[in-house]
Design a protein around this ligand. Structure first.
Ligand code: NAD
Length: 482
């Protein structure tokens, strides 16, 4: 990192070195809470991607010649360094992504470190099987790394989701070219440096910053990238699926959501309302699993509406570096405008705007926590991902009605159920179309548990043992005993 006019300037990280982009161009990075420039970052191009892919290809043999346990030691060392530099990384993520510092400290960084340690532990446990297929042959499988991985990361959890991809790929013996989201590259760039300090051989982890349409596309179409792991919007995911079809790359897609958080009349309402509010307002609603549709059983509807408004009023909006801020800004001017447009659409569709709905009267891309009631299941604000602090309250009659509404979108990432009836919650868990169902809680993820969805929410699972499938190929070996 250099500085120009006191603004830190970041090059690409390729083959263990900071490299200027071929274009010589840089773009500015803003703090969404203040709209001030905080850094300048290289605008990589197609040739830079090609150089990074060559470096990753060259490093594959080096990385795989190491004992699996030694690879694990390096990943553990990286986790140690992430921990030692935690305060610096927390601040970077806070300033770059516009997240309240308390939530980065409580969630994003601990989860990233935990993920790195978890997969460090997997390095020497990725094993094949001896399969007793024949008596005249020794038949067994080994698990080989898929090769060079292109990882495309979104802006809503830049470090956490970045590590969700980097850690298991490295554990499986893959090498990577990582593309952070254009506007939130700072924390991963720093972790790339720490990885070198931890002993990761040059070329194993390359970071190329720049426009998604350029860098992402170049990775998707590059003949020497074996696999794309992508988290982002369904529309870009669709393009990636089409692009990778040309050379049959493997892909994992973690896409959007429109999750239902379902409150039955027999729920503990204090907990349910607290969970529903944090489920939709956490990270200013920029969460793929945001419980943006709050389904409320009709007989408690008015009470839940009143309680939700009361909670929304209590949410502390403030500068992201202030310790007690709970609601930060949207990540960019663009995202703020998209969310304001949706609020307008909701009004025009005839939903009742009962709280919030405006840009906050302060610097930064802040929008008030916003609540619509009287939302019809078919409305756009109930069907489309808004990715902002906007809740739609939808009444329902009974379990069947709740399932019909909850399952009635193109997404299926997550859902929540609040009820004290143990039989009902298990029925709902089975009936809900979702990769994760939370019962009497909402929003938790843990690297030990599979994460992902189907339909417009994508396919494949991150986390846990499931992620190892994403980055390995089984090979069958057949040795004649005749
Ligand atoms: P996005 O699709 O705009 O961008 C995601 C990434 O793709 C970025 O790095 C971007 O630069 C890159 N990209 C853009 N155009 C590209 C192209 N043509 N080819 C290749 N790459 C390209 O998404 P976003 O706005 O950064 O993130 C928000 C979306 O991510 C939401 O839809 C959200 O639901 C989803 N998301 C899903 C999960 C999950 O786990 N399922 C988690 C977080 C976010």
């Amino acid at each position: 990192m250099n500085t120009t006019n006191n603004i830190p300037t970041h090059n690409l990280l390729i083959n263990g070195k900071h490299v200027a982009p071929e274009s010589g161009q840089f773009s500015t990075i803003l703090n969404p809470a203040t709209e001030e420039i905080i850094a300048s970052v290289a605008q990589g191009g197609i040739n830079d991607v090609d150089t990074a892919v060559k470096a990753a290809r060259g490093a594959l043999a080096v990385w795989n010649k190491m004992r699996a346990a030694d690879r694990g030691h390096i990943l553990n060392k990286l986790a140690d360094l992430m921990e030692a530099h935690q305060e610096e990384l927390i601040l970077l993520e806070t300033l770059n992504a516009g997240k309240p510092i308390a939530s980065v400290r409580r969630q994003d960084m601990p989860a990233a470190i935990d993920t790195m340690r978890y997969y460090a532990g997997w390095c020497d446990k990725i094993i094949g099987q001896v399969v007793p297929a024949r008596t005249d042959a020794l038949t067994y499988t080994i698990r080989e790394p898929v090769g060079v991985v292109g990882a495309i990361v979104p802006w809503n959890f830049p470090v956490m989701i970045g590590i969700w991809k980097i850690a298991p790929a490295l554990a499986c013996g893959c090498t990577l070219v990582v593309k952070p989201a254009e506007i939130t590259p700072l924390t991963l760039l720093r972790i790339g440096e720490l990885a070198l300090e931890a002993g990761l051989p040059p070329g194993v982890l390359n970071i190329v910053t720049g426009k998604g349409s350029v860098i992402g596309n170049a990775m998707v179409s590059h003949p020497d990238v074996d696999k794309i792991t992508f988290t982002g919007s369904p529309s870009v995911g669709r393009g990636i699926m089409q692009g990778t079809a040309v050379n049959f790359k493997r892909i994992t897609l973690e896409l959007g959501g429109k999750s239902a958080n379902i409150i039955f009349s027999d729920a503990n309402l204090d907990n349910a309302v607290r969970g529903a509010a944090s489920g939709v307002f956490f990270n200013a609603g920029q969460v793929c699993s945001a419980g943006s549709r709050i389904l409320v059983q009709r007989r408690i509807h008015d009470e839940v509406v009143d309680r939700l408004i009361a909670r929304a009023k209590e949410i502390r909006i403030g500068d992201t570096i202030t310790a007690d801020t709970a609601l930060g800004p949207l990540v960019s001017d663009n995202q703020m405008k998209t969310v304001l447009d949706y609020i307008d659409i909701g009004r025009k569709e005839g939903a009742s705007l009962i709280y919030g709905g405006k840009r906050c009267d302060r610097r930064g891309y802040y929008i008030e926590p916003t609540i619509f009631s009287g939302v019809q299941h078919e409305m756009r604000i109930s069907q489309e991902e808004i990715f902002g602090p906007v809740a739609s309250i939808i009444p329902f009659e009974d379990e069947e009605d709740a399932l019909r509404i909850a399952n009635g979108t193109a997404f299926s990432l997550a859902a929540g159920v609040w009820s004290s009836d143990i039989t009902r919650v298990h029925h709902m868990a089975r009936g809900l179309k979702a990769g994760t169902v939370w019962i009497n809680t909402y929003g938790y993820t843990d690297v030990r548990l599979p994460w992902g969805g189907t339909g417009e929410s994508g396919f494949g699972r991150e986390h846990g043992e499931a992620a190892l499938e994403n980055f390995t190929e089984p090979k069958t070996v057949w040795l004649s005993l005749l």
